[in-house]
Design a binder for this molecule. Sequence first.
Ligand code: ZN
Length: 449
Amino acid sequence: MAGLLIKNIGTLVSCDDNDTVYHDVNMLIEDGEIRYIGSDLKNADKVYDAKGMIMYPGLINSHHHLYQIFSRNLPQVQNMELFDWLTALYEIWKNLDKNVIRSTSLVGMGEFLKTGCTTCFDHHYVFPHGADLLIDTQFEAASELGIRMHASRGSMSLSKKDGGLPPDSVVQSLDEILADSQRLIETYHDSSRFSMRQVALAPCSPFSVTDDLMKQSAGLARQYGVRLHTHLAETKDEENYMIEKYGKRPLEVMQDLGWVGDDVWFAHGIYFNDEELDLLAQTKTGVAHCPISNMKLSSGIAKIPQMLSKGVPVGLAVDGSASNDGSNMLEEIRVAFLLHRLNSSNDAPSGYDMLKMATRGSASVLGRDDIGQLSVGYAGDAFMVSPDRIDLVGTQFDAKSMLGTVGLKGNVDTTIVGGEIVVDGGVLMNVDEDKVVADAKQTLEKFYQ
Ligand code: ZN
């Protein structure tokens, strides 16, 4: 790949080990990798004048369900909590197909890029009978946009008739799930440095899968060296379900199934007690924190200050679009900051802590040591914002915390993934945005016919 020199960066928030903030520097990216940050003007094939902009590391989303973009803002589920909300929505999601997946992937990941997110993790677990190649379609959409993608082969194998929550129409057999999981890992998983595509295995949640599926997914994942992900400790209802079914709390059940370790991360993690947080910290089992979804579904507040002080790896995430209802990590940073200020006062993480959760924290739960900070040797993933916006006047005192304390309203100006400019002037560069929107509206209409 050709080299890119980004010159005249006004402020560069690196999120490196020393929390370095550079002023008036240039950055050289070659072959997708940051090769230089400093005052020299290095030679490059392409030069981009940042004109005094503020640069941050590209944001990393650690939990999402892109397909839910077509079930946002549905009036019939707005006042529900998780179990009722899911039961109502399964009836809509059972009609998902490849066209819906393509549209929702382009729309969701397009919004991510426009709001500074350069790596998307998605948890897709609804595979209606006859709907094939859904994850393949997601990877294709990610490549078109130019975003780094971690997709997961989600799954549900325990339907209502066997004591689970989902209807028969969206569950699959163990063999079917494992065969497709293996196919996806072999086809797409790239573990090399600066990889653009990775695969994780992600049975949906304790109330929609069998123990056998959890154990065998863990075995398969470890055989290939891919990561494991699921929803856990999201609601009191889930905790009660587990205690009733197993006589044990959710994390203990996961431990019995081989689902604890530095290759595992859980979405939500609201109802962990102190001993459980210690176990997560000791084993480096991660958590994807999804504050907006947790607030919208009245699920609860994750103990983020305690997790951070104990050393639990924590990433930030938007969760699915039906409980967010969007794909905007900037909004998540701001809401996370405010929620924990309200809940924990002086013990709350700072605005900068929240930025680090959305960059380095998310990188760690995805198992990446090549993204999440702007340092030589790391991927050239970044976004930039002009400080000359009307909504940013008077905010120059602390660029590190600004995204949490002030928040960024609207889109970023520039997004770069692996040294490629994928958003410029707030507009997606690799796809025709108007066409993406028009096609999505058409597909949406058909979906609800
Ligand atoms: Zn979720």
